[in-house]
Design a protein around this ligand. Structure first.
Ligand code: PXP
Length: 248
């Protein structure tokens, strides 16, 4: 499978909704955010409709489904209500993630070796023509199981790498590179995300065959100062311009 010159950028706009929900008001609107992200060069809009609805709401998903011109990636847990919603109004892709109510953000990858529920959800949404990505740790065991389950893509969890102390970062990067190689050999699409920012994105963007990076927090944080369109454009420039090793 040939790979593109540089990975695509999926912009996660959850935290625009987080600000809105802090006041239970109507602004800022993630629908507007998606349009700005597209103008900045986003290749995909990603939202996570959580069981606790702490940021993105059904209303956001249903409007984004009509207004988003690039691909729409719906992150979700194996929750019946959300699976029903996705099947009734199919996004381009779903990404299955683990979810715990008390967590600040998604912690760790999905465990799929001992989880039969995941298989049922994959079948159901694939029957609706929706591509499926699984958010996994860089584990050969989990990747082999994902290949057995015939998913379309794997999103590698980059959080451990992003949070690593300098002396550990090289090992974590090696784990991600090895996992990506294995995913490619299995014939699956390689995505990555979590904790990526303007400093560390270069190393992950230059992993061979990397297809798409999903980035939220750092882009939304920067947008407070430079605007969302500019924040996305700067990130896209780092990814496409390829500044390998810019975090070393
Ligand atoms: N990918 C997945 C599966 C996620 O759950 C998240 C966080 O919502 C991200 C990527 C983006 O992570 P961050 O906000 O740290 O860029």
């Amino acid at each position: 499978m040939p790979w593109p010159q540089s990975p695509k950028l999926g912009v996660n706009i959850d935290h625009v909704a987080t600000i809105r929900q802090a006041r239970r008001t109507v602004e800022p609107d993630p629908v507007w955010a998606a349009a700005c992200a597209e103008l900045g060069g986003a290749d995909c809009i990603t939202i996570h409709l959580r069981e606790d609805r702490r940021h993105i709401q059904e209303r956001d998903y249903l409007i984004l489904k009509q207004t988003t011109k690039v691909r729409l990636n719906l992150e979700m847990a194996c929750d019946d209500v959300i699976v029903d919603l996705a099947c009734a109004h199919p996004p381009d892709q779903i990404t299955l993630v683990p979810e715990k109510r008390e967590e600040l953000t998604t912690e760790g990858g999905l465990e799929i070796c001992t989880n039969d529920r995941v298989r049922d959800v994959i079948r159901r949404v694939q029957d609706e023509g929706i591509a499926v990505s699984l958010f996994l740790e860089p584990s050969i065991r989990q990747i082999d199981r994902a290949a057995e389950l015939k998913v379309d893509a794997i999103e590698l969890h980059t959080g451990t790498y992003a949070d690593a102390q300098p002396e550990q970062a090289e090992q974590e990067l090696f784990n991600l590179v090895s996992a990506a190689k294995h995913i490619h050999e299995c014939g699956l699409i390689i995505n990555a995300g979590h904790g990526l920012n303007y400093q560390n994105v270069g190393s992950i963007a230059s992993i061979p065959a990397m297809h798409e990076l999903n980035i939220g927090h750092s882009i939304i944080a920067r947008s407070v100062f430079v605007g969302l369109e500019a924040a996305v454009r700067e990130m896209k420039h780092l990814i496409v311009g390829g500044v390998p090793g810019s975090d070393t």
